[in-house]
Design a protein around this ligand. Structure first.
Ligand code: LIP
Length: 273
């Protein structure tokens, strides 16, 4: 296994094992709550931006398990916010990524957990481990920095899209005012594509790029917890993940693919208009 990235940090594979254990336990809770019926607890940035009681309950479970196992670590969660730690490690958690899918009963949602070092901002952090677990189909995508990306014991590799064009995924924000710009960007990128998928969970879109189930993915408006784990999956599967030209993935843009397709998407997205 990979040596500890830093002598003061635990062996990353210990962190990975903890993240997998907690993600699968949290996923089982989410799946159980889904079968019992989902209650919308509140809306956030827009009427379409919902949070369910299960989102909050699942994040509470993840946060409690992490605090029990590693009390000195920091935490950044979609539903309960940030807490600074003392260990140099921060856990970045989306308890149910793909919340709208979850609320509608579409089996494309995930518990996303990443452990990062450095300042807990995507501009500067370094992800050590990432786990994206879809409880609906019981798939756990996992990555260890320097140790590869894996699914069910199989090492993952991004695809090399062929002459027929690329199978690309994207997404749209909850704010209707952003849809025209997102659709215009999609029209610009479409000539690169054989087809488009809009599956509704960024962490799984990124995991699918790592697994070669998608050739590429791009989306504006993601939150740090949407991409923290999935971005490591892609890079450990030999892909490239970026944001604004030469920058890290973030709210302005996230682009993920094999190197050649990544650059073609980025050139198209950022082409002066
Ligand atoms: C979702 C992302 C998805 C995006 C949605 C939403 P949530 O995260 O995973 O890619 O298109 O607008 O941001 O809200 O389900 O955690």
């Amino acid at each position: 296994m990979v040596d500890a990235v830093n002598a003061d940090l635990p062996a990353p594979d210990e962190l990975l094992a903890l993240a997998v254990e907690i993600a699968e336990e949290a996923g089982a809770l989410a799946r159980r709550r889904r079968t019992e019926g989902v209650a919308i607890a509140a809306t956030k940035t827009a009427l379409a931006d919902i949070v369910t009681e299960a989102d909050r309950e699942v994040e509470d479970l993840v946060r409690a398990r992490l605090a029990q196992a590693r009390p000195g670590d920091g935490f950044l969660g979609e539903e309960s916010g940030a807490e600074t730690g003392t260990s140099g490690i921060t856990w970045v958690v989306d308890p149910i990524d793909g919340t709208v899918n979850y609320a509608y009963g579409i089996p494309q949602y995930a518990v996303s957990i990443a452990a990062v070092t450095g300042e807990p901002t995507p501009e500067t952090w370094e992800a050590l481990v990432g786990v994206v677990h879809n409880p609906a189909v019981v798939e756990t995508f996992l990555a260890l920095r320097g140790g590869g990306a894996w699914l069910a014991g199989r090492r993952l590799a991004v695809s090399q899209s062929g002459d027929a064009g690329a199978l690309l995924a994207t997404g749209f924000g909850y704010d209707p005012a952003t849809h025209a710009g997102d659709l215009a960007r999609l029209a610009e990128v479409m000539p690169l594509a054989r087809d488009i998928r809009r599956a509704g969970a960024a962490s799984l879109d990124l995991a699918f790029v790592a697994a070669g189930r998608l050739d590429g993915y791009f989306e504006r408006g993601l939150n740090p917890w949407d991409h923290a784990a999935g971005a490591l999956l892609v890079t450990e599967a030999g892909g490239v993940v970026s944001g604004l030209p030469g920058g890290r993935p973030g709210r302005d843009m996230t682009i993920a693919a094999g190197a050649e397709l990544h650059d073609r998407i980025a050139e198209t997205v950022y082409r002066p208009r």
